[in-house]
Ligand binder design. Structure first.
Ligand code: ZN
Length: 131
């Protein structure tokens, strides 16, 4: 299992890119709008993993609400799994609280599912299966 990416909530991608891209020197792999999740996303490669910068498309979106409550910062950690449905079934069997019982399509067209922070030491966990 590997860390696929670390999601960071930001008010504005441009401001965040000035830090992570311009100041730190990371390269942007891709940017896209994931309307289903209400975010604009920039993926920056760092070693074998990525930093995922998230800008909400509206204040009422999940990342918009996160920003209002906590301000910018680490929003979630994503781990790469080979069979997301099997991992979800395994977590459910162990009594873990899932946000997504079934995977949905996330950034880059991969399958994603979120696990509730109340079951993961306060950390929002994202499972990612690359296709
Ligand atoms: Zn993510």
């Amino acid at each position: 299992m590997k860390v696929d990416h670390i999601g960071i909530a930001t008010h504005q991608l441009d401001e965040a890119l000035a830090l992570w891209q311009d100041a730190l020197g990371l390269k942007v792999d891709s940017t896209e709008e994931v309307t289903e999740q209400g975010v604009r996303v920039a993926m920056l490669a760092i070693g074998e993993t990525h930093i995922e910068l998230l800008e909400p498309l509206s204040p009422g979106s999940p990342v918009g609400k996160f920003l209002e409550k906590r301000g910018p910062g680490i929003h979630h950690i994503a781990v790469k799994v080979s069979d997301i449905r099997a991992t979800l079934a395994q977590l459910k069997e162990k009594g873990t609280r899932l946000i997504d019982e079934n995977p949905r399509v996330g950034a880059g067209g991969c399958l994603v599912a979120f696990v509730h922070p109340s079951s993961m030491n306060g950390v929002l966990l994202e499972l990612v299966q690359r296709i």
